[in-house]
Ligand binder design. Sequence first.
Ligand code: B12
Ligand code: SF4
Length: 547
Amino acid sequence: MKKILLINPPVSIYVNKTAFIPLPLLVLGTCLKKIREEGFDFSHEVVDLDLLLKQGRFSDDSNFYQQACDLILGKKPDVLLFTVHGLNHIVVLNLSEKIKKERPSCLIVVGGVGPTLKANEALKRCANIDVIVKGEGEPALKDLIPAALSNRNFSHVPSVVYRKDGNVVENPRSFLDKDEPIPFPDYSLVRIEDYIMHNKKHPYIHPGFVPIESGRGCPYCCTFCAPAKMWERRVRYRPVSEIMEEMKYLSEKGGNFSFFTQDNLEESFLINFSEALIKEKVGLPWGCYSRLDRLSDKMAGLLSKAGCKMIFTGIETTNRNAQKSIRKVIDSSATFKKLQDFNANGISLIGSFIAGFPDETEDDIDNTMRFAIECATGLRMEQLDQFVAKTDQDKLPAKGANICAIHVLYHMPGTDSFEQERDNLKITEYSLHPDCYGSYLFSYNEFKNDLSLLGSNPYLNHFTEDKARYYCSVLRLFNFLNSRPYYFALLLKMTAQAPLALMKDMVSCLGEQFVLTAKIEEFEAKSRNYVNKHLRFVPEWTVKKGQ
Ligand code: B12
Ligand code: SF4
């Protein structure tokens, strides 16, 4: 019987060891089951290399490749289906090379957001990959699997890019029909408890975090956004009854915080969903991505009643010109009021901000920094100053109400901003430091000459070397300090400095090279020393993951 393996290459997240349930593979697993039920004879299973690595059963160094290959080849597969998430295409490229040498007849298929956006160029660059599937896997698999198991003629398979007689051929992309359901993941392909148990020890956002698809797509078209290109502004949601069923199923397995993977949940869906959760008394906590600026005033109360505890939101910048340039115009004052309202209803925000726009001035950076501090505490700068002035140092809240970090503007291949900047883009070494990046399987050396069209390298930018060092160092320090925003505000007050000036001072005291490259523990220890010298007391600064 022919054998298909669904493979999850390692993904990384900061220094954390969270092992995510391989949702794309479980969804595709449901399609494979259906194809088998239609009479095609094959077996399939998930090989989760990420979990094996995070559990310590594989090494986090170059030995990994031999261990992973031995496992895969030992199963004598005929077809490998790799999901590529962000940067882990490097692992897929290395593994494919080894596997093709040992088992040339094995068909290697790759899919995911990254490979989708520049599939044609990617296949030309990746000699050991046979097929790239663009977009949703479901419409392609129906025809791809029978072809893969027989004559390997892919001319009629939608959404694929493949090789024929030495040429790369690209078939048009197809979307799942509106009346075809998004499949319920086949959880029988993995032991869910393994992930949940592991992640309670190594949490991301929340111990017991489980990802769930609420639907697909976002209606907006921000220039830097990969999902905007992936979904081409098409939006669909799963039936709320099915989502609730999945939440309950995962909660029975120990998952106690559902996180919806869809890029931006809109108000109309959130209202239906929340009302159903309240009516059914589901009572499980959850979080999602949503544009705060697009939610009306009534939403905070409703979402809170429905169990929402956290919203991940892109606030990006207060600078109107920059907002226009990225096609994401946000009224900052209205958003700030909304954030306060959400906090008052027990919902915290993870706010993401951007710096590094062309023509950005130091004042612009300072404004973004101030706003990110305000959003982290839910207090305007003047209120924050007063609060800090009248509160004993050791009585200051240890954490802010929200987590707010500023990221450098990067250009992911295939996005509109990538196309605009394409000829000037480089990969920034500092963003790929293994401690920030999470796994020693990935290193700057592997990426430096690679535009990473397969994995959609998110670390491409247009900076000169000096600028890259400047932004990466001040932002690494800013994000560290803003994880404890009340102490940060106190520090600003005591040093009587604007945020950017303080960051620059810190960079010069600690040394730019050190800030950019030091291992996380060392970086945090020295940064704490600097802070303590000025504050003259010793707050517990480092935020542990999942706190
Ligand atoms: C959960 C998540 C994570 C988790 C881990 C995910 C995991 N192991 O499953 C964590 C937090 C670790 C993470 C990390 C990162 N992520 Co992430 N993540 C997501 C998120 C929110 C959900 C992914 C998901 O499960 N979706 C649901 C599944 C069902 O959809 P899907 O994966 O797209 O799969 C469908 C198709 O793509 C296709 N498909 C997928 N694989 C395959 C394989 C085959 C063979 C076939 C045929 C089809 C196919 O079929 C599936 C069903 O239709 C997405 C956003 C999103 N909405 O997708 C971002 C997203 C994928 N991440 C992104 C990025 C940039 C990152 C990071 C680089 C961030 C960073 N700077 O560190 C890291 C990189 C991780 C790494 N490789 O080391 C970007 C990717 C952009 C791009 N162009 O590649 C996204 C789109 C977020 C965004 N808004 O930009 N992420
Ligand atoms: S950045 Fe957010 S709002 Fe903009 S297109 Fe992407 S998912 Fe949608």
